[in-house]
Design a protein around this ligand. Structure first.
Ligand code: PBG
Length: 320
């Protein structure tokens, strides 16, 4: 009989044969930054995560840096919204101010911005609305304006999340034309129309005022289409390809890992975080172990980079 249990006998032999290792190097930590002052607001459905105004953010950033987390991803909550989301390209907007503050005070922290409109539009959709739907091509020039404004503020990488066709190509050209040819793009390449974004939309105040996002985000039933989406972003020169959400889409992460020779990222989204927190709070699961097992499974599925609200907690365990 071949005894598979021989190599499981002690922790040290298990260490020697362990195939996947999670590291703090894998993490990007999302931050919600709200315009205004003295804001440090709990997000009820995301225990441990807060919305900060810029005058209150330094403690959080000190912690991220002390834990050796390499990167943060910024989401802005502006005080003003309009039909087009014009605040997104205001050079003095909340995200632009945040980028400058972070790069001045924490120069090595790698700053990624989520490039989208839903937090900035009065209707909560990810672009310009025409006949009750997001107008793809009319939205593209605004994406370019937003990205250039982030670039001027000093961002390290941009990540378009709106599922607007042609956005990677548009962004690459806009950046190159302005001389930012070394600024990389992480595509939210395979992003599903998911119920797992619920808590985020409360946090970022970005729920659509009418309808849903199913005309631009993907049908959760589709796997081949995920490969097609990634193929377009790859061809348009995205530097990193992302799958979102993560846990219900581990097959898609593996598909991308097997088919593309580029770094693969996944977004461990708000609903995935909230479920673990809620069950742990009830004492129904061991929250810490479920967190580490989920993150490990994303890595095992093929993710090189994990965007996660668990970054600080997981880093504390990994740094031990
Ligand atoms: C913006 C955006 C969303 C998320 C990240 N960027 C919301 C959405 O698409 O509705 C979700 C992140 C999360 O749930 O943690 N388009």
């Amino acid at each position: 009989m071949y005894r598979t249990r021989r190599l499981r006998k002690t922790e040290n032999i298990r260490r020697l044969v362990r195939e996947t290792k999670l590291s703090v190097d894998d993490f990007i930590y999302p931050l919600f930054i709200e315009e205004g002052s003295a804001i440090e607001a709990d997000i009820v459905s995301m225990p441990g995560i807060k919305r900060f105004s810029l005058d209150r953010i330094s403690k959080e950033l000190d912690e991220v840096v002390a834990l050796n987390i390499p990167s943060v991803m910024l989401f802005g909550i502006p005080s003003q919204k309009d039909e087009e989301g014009t605040e997104t390209w205001n050079d003095n907007g909340i995200i632009q101010q945040a980028i400058r503050l972070i790069k001045e005070n924490y120069p090595t922290l790698y700053v990624v911005t989520d490039v989208c409109f839903c937090e900035y539009t009065s209707h909560g959709h990810c672009g310009i609305i025409y006949q009750n739907d997001v107008d793809n091509d009319a939205t593209l020039p605004n994406i370019a304006k937003q990205v250039i404004s982030h670039a001027k503020a000093g961002v390290d990488m941009v990540a378009p999340s709106g599922m607007i066709d042609g956005s990677i190509e548009t962004i690459r050209k806009a950046l190159d034309d302005e001389g930012y040819y070394n600024l990389p793009i992480m595509g939210y390449s395979v992003k599903y129309a998911s119920a797992f974004y619920g808590p985020f939309r409360d946090a970022a105040d970005s729920a659509p005022a009418f309808g849903d996002r199913r005309t631009y985000q993907m049908d959760p039933a589709n796997r081949n289409e995920g490969l097609r989406e990634a193929t377009y972003d790859d061809a348009e020169d995205a530097d990193i390809l992302m799958v979102k959400p993560a846990l219900s889409y581990l097959d898609i992460i593996r598909d991308l890992k097997n088919n593309f020779d580029k770094p693969i990222a996944c977004y461990n989204v708000s609903g995935e975080y909230a479920m673990v927190k809620a069950a742990a709070e009830k004492g129904w699961i061991d929250g810490e172990r479920v967190m580490m097992e989920s993150l490990l499974s994303m890595k095992r599925a093929g993710a090189d980079i994990i965007i996660t609200y668990f970054a600080k907690e997981a880093a504390r365990l990994l740094n031990r």
